[in-house]
Write a protein that binds this ligand. Structure first.
Ligand SMILES: [Zn+2]
Ligand SMILES: [Zn+2]
Length: 364
């Protein structure tokens, strides 16, 4: 039996919509106390918890689990692109990775997996790499000052991409498949306002996901851009530098949307805190070694951190200038910086899928 082209297109549309495993319905809770105990029992621990077993390890040792740690350092740019088939040997490459990591995160540079280093490694964080093609956005990319200390501050992606000056009024839209509530959308509106307050940029929600400058979606696991999410904790989100405009969040996280105090829970993540950080990437900022800065790569569960630090403001104003309506701006005063870091190359599967669905609508 032969089906008509229209039926074929309809089938394709539904296939695209429902067979795709790239979307999942995210878990939102107004506050920590509203998370049902049954839900908490269902969630697993961090994908990085096994690194606890490596505490105290140092160069020359061979310990089961080292290969997984090498994959971690490879993912975030601390071990070069040579291979992903790692051994359990604590070799020179790993020692160098540990040293650079310690430098970036303001830890004692010992090259050993001491307790404070392992503790930092375990913290949930942004999926954007700290070092790309051997050049760092953080402390390791900064020249040491006269005192021998590095000057920690903001950074940009390689080539310093930014939204062009004729495009200061940016639109954003949400992946319609996530069916986000107005409460969740308001969290993002607040997060965008943190950046528009200090710059000439404006952000307005668009109902058209296909044409918006900035596209936001929640996804689980492998979602088609080569940057897999890893379940509860671990990597929380990632975003791409201008002009790609993609902001992805891990739908497996326990997202808190309405708790100004965001009090303790081992796995609850404050959505606005993560959104403000990822919007920084959408606008062209890389990671910062300043711990108070929004662009610091890690965030602890239950922590709410939504106010731009001086470091963030100076970074974004170097790219876009000040907000003409806001006189309370701070001028850039840090002397040295690197234009480096960023995100790995990714496939265009997600965009292709949406193009196909949009085309099916248009033809029908
Ligand atoms: Zn980040
Ligand atoms: Zn993604």
């Amino acid at each position: 039996m032969k089906t008509s082209p229209k039926v074929n297109l309809l089938l394709f549309f539904f296939f695209s919509l429902f067979s795709s495993s790239i979307t999942a319905f995210p878990h939102f809770f107004p506050n920590v106390s509203s998370i049902p105990p049954s839900f908490l029992r269902n969630i697993t621990t961090s994908p990085w918890n096994s690194f606890n077993n490596l505490s105290g390890c140092h160069s020359g040792q061979k310990v089961p689990g080292i290969s997984k740690l090498k994959n971690y350092f490879h993912y975030f740019g601390y071990i070069g692109n040579t291979t992903t088939n790692f051994t359990d040997d604590f070799d020179d490459a790993l020692e160098s990775a540990v040293k650079n990591y310690q430098l970036n995160f303001n830890l004692n540079v010992t090259g050993e997996l001491d307790e404070s280093t392992v503790k930092q490694i375990l913290k949930p964080r942004c999926g954007v790499a700290d070092i790309v093609n051997g050049s760092s956005t953080m402390n390791t990319g900064k020249a040491a000052s006269m005192t021998g200390h590095t000057v920690a501050h903001y950074s940009f992606f390689p080539g310093r991409p930014r939204w062009p000056s004729w495009k200061q009024n940016l639109t954003y839209a949400f992946d319609p498949r996530n069916q986000l509530s107005d409460d969740v959308k308001r969290v993002f509106a607040n997060a965008f306002s943190r950046w528009s307050e200090w710059t000439p940029l404006t952000f307005n929600e668009s109902s058209n996901y296909f044409t918006a400058d900035l596209r936001i979606g929640f996804y689980a696991g492998d979602h088609g851009d080569g940057e897999e999410f890893d379940g509860v904790l671990g990597t929380l989100a990632h975003a791409f530098a201008p002009p790609r405009g993609l902001l992805h969040l891990d739908s497996d996280e326990t997202w808190i949307i309405n708790d100004a105090l965001a009090s303790g829970s081992a796995t609850a993540m404050d959505l606005e805190s993560v959104a403000v950080h990822e919007i920084g990437h959408l606008l062209g900022l890389g990671h910062s070694s300043v711990e108070d800065a929004i662009m610091f790569p890690t965030i602890s569960s239950g922590l709410r951190k939504v106010e731009l630090a001086r470091d963030d403001v100076e970074g974004i104003q170097e790219l876009y200038g000040t907000n003409p309506d806001n006189n309370g701006t701070t001028g850039p005063s840090f002397g040295e910086r690197e234009m480096s870091g960023g995100h790995r190359e990714s496939s265009v599967l997600v965009q292709f899928l949406f193009l196909a669905v949009g085309l099916a609508f248009f033809v029908l």
